[in-house]
Design a protein around this ligand. Structure first.
Ligand SMILES: [Zn+2]
Length: 418
């Protein structure tokens, strides 16, 4: 058995990282400590400007691409090599936390500052990317992957503002958004550090999550057609009650998904027609959201569900239809990047586990064009998209160090293989 000598690698500056998290949380701060930085808002613009200033001070050149992404570049020893990239987003949901997105950007910034302090450069140039509007459209990362929908109306904001105006405000340009697309040979790998936004790491007592991939997602509209009728005069045995059938479908969804495996399935929306106390429900419309790392597994779950649904339709004398509304394929993390993150965690004496991400991230778009890896740190009580989102200072520093060491390992890996 051989033992690997302990690497003497740089560590990030804890105090500076934590101070940056505090400083940025003041931009759009809410009374209970959360943050409101909706994409393209004055607060979002202010945060983007703040990060640009920090990037420049850390020895990076900064540009804004037509999709509005802020891209800081720290030169490599061999500056012609493809870049190693990291980053995340600064925009938040209306009542968000201070870590979702911002933490990944600030940890990337801190990695560069830590190298810059020591006048170190990786062989590869290093980019820290602030992606535009992760929370609603992901237009920034989709710009980079080349998967922006051509119709600008698709991106119109809820208040009616056009995407042209929004992008112009953050330094982007809708008419040239195709130029934001990056080619596979330009980016060697992308690593995103993010808070878990779920309870798994905390419940397992693990410091680091090595992400296996970002789950695929399907959404369906389920329509149940029965017969509306008088709630007093229609005997039970003569009813075609759409809500009774729908209720059984909800239970079947739960039953099919609540089996070994990492899949999740949810009926989260339901409408009953005519929705009156004295009428047997004639029609129900409801949603189905189903997610897993394997498309094949989702197919199998849907087949099982279909068998249940056919039985339910016969038993309740109703018609049940599924209409697909969304299909997102899973984005798998590159196995060697998972290994690099696991090795970096070990080298730092940090416990880790492998897990899928069940939330969307910019990394899923980057996976379309390059090798993708993701690192999670715990979220207290699994809370996120909440003012009460919390990750301890220690956990933040641990995550940033794993990012730093993983990028250093990537620098070696991609130097050897390209
Ligand atoms: Zn996020």
């Amino acid at each position: 058995m051989t033992t690997t000598p302990r690497m003497s690698l740089p560590l990030v500056n804890c105090d500076r990282l934590l101070q940056s998290i505090d400083d940025l949380a003041n931009v759009g701060r809410l009374p209970q400590g959360g943050v409101r930085r909706i994409a393209y808002s004055p607060e979002d613009c202010q945060a983007r400007q703040w990060v640009q200033n920090q990037m420049t001070q850390a020895g990076m050149t900064v540009r804004i691409d037509p999709a509005g992404n802020v891209i800081g570049r720290y030169p490599g020893q061999q500056d012609h090599l493809p870049v190693l990239a990291t980053g995340s987003h600064l925009d938040t949901v209306p009542c968000g936390g201070r870590y979702d997105g911002a933490f990944g950007v600030l940890a990337g910034l801190e990695v560069v500052r830590s190298l810059h302090d020591r006048n170190l450069h990786l062989r590869h140039p290093l980019e820290v990317i602030v992606f535009t509007d992760e929370e609603s459209s992901m237009i920034g990362s989709k710009g980079i992957s080349g998967r922006v929908f051509p119709d600008p109306d698709y991106y119109r904001r809820p208040d009616g503002e056009s995407i042209q105006d929004c992008l112009a405000r953050v330094g982007g340009n809708w008419d040239q958004i195709h130029l934001a697309q990056r080619q596979p040979h330009e980016i060697a790998a992308f690593l995103e550090l993010h808070v878990e936004q779920g309870p798994i790491l905390e419940s397992m007592g693990k410091a680091i999550g090595v992400i296996e991939g970002i789950v695929g997602q399907r959404r369906y509209q389920i329509s149940v057609e029965g017969q509306e009728n008088h709630a007093g005069t229609t005997p039970m045995y003569m009813r075609c009650d759409a809500l009774v059938a729908a209720s059984r479908v909800v239970l079947a969804v739960h039953e099919v998904a609540n089996t070994p495996g990492q899949q999740v399935a949810t009926v989260g929306q339901i409408q009953v027609f005519p929705n009156a106390v004295n009428v047997v429900p004639g029609r129900v419309e409801m949603s189905l959201d189903i997610r897993d790392l394997s498309s094949l597994h989702i197919d199998r779950l849907l087949e099982q569900l279909d068998l249940h649904v056919q039985e339910i339709a016969i038993a309740t004398n109703t018609k049940i239809r599924f209409e697909r509304r969304l299909r997102n394929e899973p984005a798998l993390a590159e196995p060697h990047l998972q290994e690099i993150i696991a090795t970096a965690s070990q080298a730092l004496d940090l416990s880790y586990t492998y897990l899928p991400s069940r939330a969307s991230h910019d990394a899923q778009e980057l996976a379309v064009i390059t090798d993708m890896g993701m690192i999670f740190v715990p979220s207290e009580n699994g809370l996120s998209h909440s003012e009460f989102e919390y990750t301890s200072p220690e956990e933040c520093v641990q995550g940033a160090n794993v990012l730093l060491h993983s990028l250093i390992q990537c620098d070696r890996y991609y130097s050897d293989t390209h």
